[in-house]
Design a protein around this ligand. Structure first.
Ligand SMILES: Nc1ncnc2c1ncn2[C@@H]1O[C@H](COP(=O)(O)OP(=O)(O)OP(=O)(O)O)[C@@H](O)[C@H]1O
Length: 276
């Protein structure tokens, strides 16, 4: 399912935090959304999946404006995994994952065998089958994250919107989750902070800075030391991964805002405290 974003504006707390964003994500592509803290990634993702109504512009799935879809129709098209972990659900993991089947159900009633198989398969995929009978509220941050991803998979939608899904995950689970996302063959929009993981795992990268889209294209075309300096104010060195040939960035604690480099590192001005 193709996702088209036309001149999107969004406000938070009375402030315009998404500014005239235009974007197209082809069917089956994984789009990585990157940008500094507060640049508007979560706000954009919430508008892309219809949780928040934008203050201007449109989002279309295969040409259909999502504003014209009912809640159930929307939930059959897009699953959203939020960044927040305040879902203190005191319920068994399997039941929580089964909530993903609601948009496909015919009303209230017992979960079908097919629904249960769906949920168990998703738990298998994220390596969390052993947690099925545990209470969600008693899980670790990383375990919760995997279960919430299983719920999103169980919703069985052509579009997935994921807000920093690798938060709390150890490196093995981060890589596994991103590989799983690629393998699902869905249209995915995913906010990530790790630029190297984004380069490795996404077909396209979109860069937000202060609510505006400043770059969009393949990881090779978009990610570079100049963009990283301009958008993240961090110096970096680009290297080619010897095994995969993919771009990889080594980061330097020095930033363009820092004072000129001094020989004794302890005397350099701490980041954020430098005088203009
Ligand atoms: N509920 C809210 N009320 C008021 N302002 C908000 C609210 N939520 C977010 N904002 C503001 O909107 C802007 C964009 O926030 P958003 O969470 O979309 O950024 P982000 O890029 O996802 O940040 P992060 O990388 O820190 O998660 C920020 O300036 C933020 O302070």
């Amino acid at each position: 399912m193709k996702v088209t974003v036309d001149h999107l504006d969004a406000h938070r707390g009375g402030r315009r935090v998404i500014k005239d964003v235009c974007l197209e994500v082809p069917t089956g592509a994984v789009l990585g959304l990157i940008g500094p803290n507060g640049s508007g990634k979560s706000t954009l993702l919430r508008a892309l999946c219809g949780i928040d109504t934008p203050s201007g512009g449109t989002v279309r799935y295969d040409g259909i404006p999502i504003a014209s879809l009912g809640r159930r129709q929307l939930a059959q098209r897009v699953a959203f995994m939020t960044q927040e972990h305040n879902e203190e659900f005191d319920m068994p993991v399997l039941e929580l994952v089964l909530l993903g089947r609601i948009p496909h159900g015919k009303g209230f009633g017992r979960d079908s065998d097919a629904d249960i198989a769906h949920a168990q398969r998703a738990l298998d995929q994220v390596g969390a089958r052993h947690l099925a009978q545990r209470s969600f509220s008693a899980l670790s941050g990383g375990e919760r994250q995997r279960v919430l991803f299983a719920r999103a998979l169980t919703q069985d939608t052509p579009v997935l919107v994921l807000d920093e899904p690798t938060n709390h995950l150890d490196i093995a689970h981060q890589l596994e989750l991103l590989d799983l996302i690629r393998a699902t063959n869905r249209t995915v929009m995913i906010a990530l902070h790790d630029l190297n993981l984004a380069a490795r795992s996404c077909d396209e990268i979109a860069v937000l800075a202060d609510g505006s889209l400043v770059s969009h294209g393949s990881p090779e075309d978009v990610l570079g030391t100049e963009l990283i300096r301009r958008v993240f104010t961090v110096e970096s060195t680009a290297v080619t991964h010897p095994a995969t040939g993919q771009p990889h960035f080594l980061f330097d604690v020095r930033t363009p805002r820092d004072e000129p480099q001094q020989s004794n590192a302890l005397t350099t001005t701490p980041k954020g405290l430098s005088t203009p």
